[in-house]
Design a protein around this ligand. Structure first.
Ligand SMILES: O=P(O)(O)OC[C@H]1O[C@](O)(COP(=O)(O)O)[C@@H](O)[C@@H]1O
Ligand SMILES: [Mg+2]
Ligand SMILES: [Mg+2]
Length: 346
């Protein structure tokens, strides 16, 4: 036995590390779902493929003509970036190829995307996505991401999905996650049984389990908000920001202000270290800037699964019944005690 373990150590030293890939992990977890059919596994597998293909472009963005504007204005009234369109296309292709997805809602498309072929219409899942999050950071090499949310359809299989399939409250999500294209590329997701992180190993082209059962510290020392909009924040938010800057904290220090300007990256940092992210209503965005269906709902599901909280200042984000595809809501998300403290001021 000692000899075998020694051999294993030698092999590990020579060939690297004992990995568990995303696909292996999902297949293993199928056991958690008594009625699992492999459909969800196939869908998530294709999400991983699309993430790798987008990552290839992001990693060498300056060299492959994906920087800059695409020359269109999207449904949000924003200039679309070339990478917004590329990421959108890449994920839509992968979802179609999966044959498990009957329809997609995307930040970059006004209407829901459906397909006429029978196989797609037989798909059991609805996919909502922000194909490229943090667009203002694309051209300046600051980390960006993709955010996604998955539901089971409510319309009958074998038909085209309806708007009702996409306007389900966040508490109906069967899975949510994001990809962060940063110093390393990670895919972080939940199926309602904890939050798991996988880091892309380019040498084997696989997302490998690197963060098991992520739990957010109930208290943190980081607050993330675009203070440039300070004058237009609700009074309660202004008071909470002042509270963040005071020394009378367990750490005897003010909280640190950290704001990357990519929701995925700001959330990911706070998820691991503890902290609070806030995007309140502002003058230019009286209902908040971030979109309920493909930004706030998936982030809220992940936050809650990691022990955190996500609200719009009054309600639990996941209990909000969406009224339209690109609806915006205020969001306050992060460490439990910090969001509760904020609510004392609101
Ligand atoms: O520049 P602002 O107003 O602070 O907004 C930053 C926020 O806008 C976003 O970039 C919006 O997302 P998109 O880039 O996907 O449109 C978030 O990632 C980020 O949190
Ligand atoms: Mg976004
Ligand atoms: Mg986007």
């Amino acid at each position: 036995m000692a000899n075998f373990t020694h051999k294993l150590e030698l092999i590990t030293i020579m060939h690297g590390y004992n990995v568990k890939t995303l696909t292996q992990f999902i297949i293993e977890r199928q056991a958690d779902f008594p009625y699992a059919t492999g459909e969800f596994t196939r869908l998530l597998y294709h999400v991983g493929v699309a993430a790798k293909l987008v990552n290839k472009k992001v990693n060498k963005a300056g060299l492959v003509d994906v920087l800059g504007e695409a020359g269109n204005i999207n449904v949000q009234g924003e200039e679309q970036k070339k990478l917004d369109l590329l990421a959108n296309w890449q994920f839509v292709q992968a979802l179609k190829n999966s044959r498990e997805c009957c329809g997609v809602a995307s930040e970059e498309d006004q209407e829901i995307i459906t397909w006429d072929d029978e196989l797609s219409q037989d798909g059991n899942y609805i996919f909502c996505m922000d194909p490229l999050d943090g667009s203002s950071n694309i051209d300046v090499n600051v980390s960006i991401g993709t955010i996604f949310s998955i539901y089971r359809r409510i319309s009958p299989r074998g038909t085209k999905p309806t708007m009702e399939d996409f306007l389900q409250p966040g508490n109906k999500q069967v899975a949510a996650g994001y990809v962060i294209y940063g110093s390393s590329t990670m895919l972080v997701y939940t199926t309602g049984r904890g939050v798991y992180g996988f880091t892309l190993d380019p040498s084997i082209g696989e997302f490998c389990l690197s963060h098991l059962n992520i739990v957010t510290p109930p208290d943190g020392a980081i607050y993330s908000i675009n203070e440039g909009n300070y004058n237009h924040f609700p009074e309660g938010v202004k008071k909470y920001i002042e509270y963040c800057k005071q020394e009378d904290k367990p750490t005897k220090r003010p909280y640190s202000a950290r704001y990357i300007g990519s929701l995925v990256s700001d959330f990911h940092r706070n998820l691991l270290k503890g902290g609070i992210f806030m995007y309140p209503p502002t003058a230019s965005a009286p209902k908040g800037k971030l979109r309920l269906i493909y930004e706030c709902n998936p982030i809220a599901f992940l936050a809650e699964q990691a022990g955190g909280i996500a609200t719009d200042g009054k309600n639990r984000i996941l209990d909000i019944k969406p009224e339209s595809l690109h609806q915006r809501v205020p969001i306050y998300v992060g460490s439990k005690n910090m969001v509760q403290k904020l609510h004392e001021f609101l």
